[in-house]
Write a protein that binds this ligand. Structure first.
Ligand code: SF4
Ligand code: SF4
Length: 160
């Protein structure tokens, strides 16, 4: 399925989502294929992405060490890393997504939330647009999405 559609299956996603009841932000690494790549591990100064014994292995998150800072996100050429905080509020989940399109959304505005297949799934609020020289052209968009959509929203549509 992943090889054919580019969309991971539920069993794969279940393995990488934050454990139920987890408080605070945590990386969700949706990188399941064997490819020669490891900048995510090198970007994490907390050692929360295990050192690669074989560069072709998929990354392994050491959950206890991850604080959801997102430093690994803009270093990932596959845009495969997200951060989720289910404890953000009673009604919303915080989802940080890597974003390389223009225009960038404006903080405080609503945008259409899209799933992994690009289908609209609801509205999201743009909390923060994180950019920096070190991030090159990859912005990190912080979104507040309705509870229950944290593992669904993976992109946005701006301005329509
Ligand atoms: S979110 Fe931060 S702490 Fe977690 S794996 Fe990425 S760089 Fe490391
Ligand atoms: S940097 Fe991204 S694509 Fe490369 S191994 Fe890490 S998660 Fe996968």
């Amino acid at each position: 399925m992943l090889e054919r559609t580019g969309v991971p299956v539920k069993e794969q996603l279940d393995r990488v989502q934050p454990p139920p009841g987890h408080e605070g932000p945590m990386a969700v690494i949706e990188c399941f294929q064997e490819i020669p790549c490891n900048p995510c591990s090198e970007a994490c100064t907390r050692g929360a992405i295990a050192s690669f014994t074989d560069i072709n292995n998929p990354p392994v998150l050491i959950r206890e060490k991850c604080n959801g800072c997102g430093n690994c996100m803009f270093r990932c050429p596959g845009l495969a890393i997200f951060v989720i905080d289910e404890s953000y509020s009673d009604t919303e989940t915080l989802v940080k997504i890597p974003y390389e399109y223009l225009p960038l959304p404006e903080e405080g505005t609503p945008v259409t939330a899209l799933d992994r297949e690009g289908k609209p799934v609801g509205l999201a609020r743009v909390i923060k647009v994180q950019q920096g020289k070190a991030m090159d052209r990859t912005a990190i968009i912080w979104l507040a999405v309705p509870k229950g959509l944290g593992m669904t929203v993976r992109s946005i549509q701006v301005g329509r």
